[in-house]
Design a protein around this ligand. Structure first.
Ligand code: IPD
Ligand code: CA
Ligand code: CA
Ligand code: CA
Length: 266
């Protein structure tokens, strides 16, 4: 039986807008903040509530689908068999807490390991980046055009400057050389949004030493629709079950960044 991805996307969009309005409402009250792996790794009750909101919607509508979310709402997954929703309820929790701005809801739907639907919603700017495999990528109702290359020295790359701090990063030297050679660097604090910005030609590339599948699952679907590339620093395909380094960009730029700057084992 063929799957109606348009119908599934419609539901995913409706839930995303509903989740966003819950997030916005939560901003009116004090937010309870906890730290996870370290004092800067924040989580709030809103992150957990939004993940649980999606989990229950998906369970209700598609009980045969699987779920992978940052806050651990569901069972651990060890394969991408079947249909898997990969969700970051709030990507950019630090921005959510500190700025109440620049955070996104990220929803990726994968089928037998392939990205079928990608939604990245910038809640405060009301910008929904969305794509269904083979049907193009959009911001709200505007279709994104296939990307045009720029040379590396005219490119703007998304990168968190924390990755230049030596003890945090085994790839320190190549990243410094890349920062030196590109036109400029931007850091928005939401990997999902930054990947969406590459698809939308607001950035030429984006790099992170370590991300988890929920940070990039939706964004990768957008990227593929506009002809961009994504891989680990060593040029391997991304894994949607375990964390890894991530480098995305326009095809030539991606190739150059991997081969000249980050691909070498140090
Ligand atoms: C984080 C954001 C941030 C990136 C971190 C992620 P979270 O996600 O995407 O931009 O640099 O690596 O963990 O924790 O806010 O969902
Ligand atoms: Ca987090
Ligand atoms: Ca995230
Ligand atoms: Ca998150």
């Amino acid at each position: 039986m063929s799957v109606d991805w348009l119908e599934i996307e419609k539901k995913a969009k409706a839930w995303t807008y509903e989740a966003a309005s819950l997030v916005k409402k939560s901003l009116a009250n004090p937010i309870h903040i906890e730290s996870k792996s370290n004092p800067n790794d924040l989580v709030t009750e809103v992150d957990k509530a939004i993940e649980s909101f999606f989990y229950h919607k998906i369970q209700g509508e598609f009980p045969e689908h699987f779920f992978l979310g940052e806050e651990g709402t569901a069972e651990d997954l060890d394969s991408l068999n079947g249909t898997v929703w990969i969700i970051d309820p709030i990507d950019g929790t630090m921005n959510f807490v500190h700025q109440k701005y620049n955070f996104a809801i990220s929803v990726g739907v994968y089928h037998e390991g392939k990205g079928m639907i990608g939604l990245v919603y910038d809640v405060m700017n009301d910008e929904l980046f969305h794509a269904i495999r083979g049907h193009g990528a959009y911001i709200n109702n505007e279709e994104l055009v296939p990307v045009k290359e720029r040379p590396l020295n005219e490119s703007i790359i998304g990168l968190n400057a924390k990755w230049l701090v030596e003890e945090k990063n085994p790839y320190k030297n190549p990243l410094k050389a890349l920062v030196r050679d590109v036109r400029s660097i931007r850091s928005y604090g939401s990997a999902a949004l930054e990947i969406a910005y590459v698809a939308a030609d607001r950035l030429d590339g984006y790099i992170s030493v370590r991300l988890s599948p929920w940070d990039y699952a939706a964004g990768i679907v957008l990227l593929e629709e506009v002809g961009c590339k994504a891989s680990t620093f060593h040029g391997e395909s991304l894994d949607f079950l375990t964390p890894s380094s991530v480098i995305v960009g326009k095809p030539q730029l991606h190739k150059e960044m991997v081969s000249t700057y980050v691909g070498e084992e140090l």
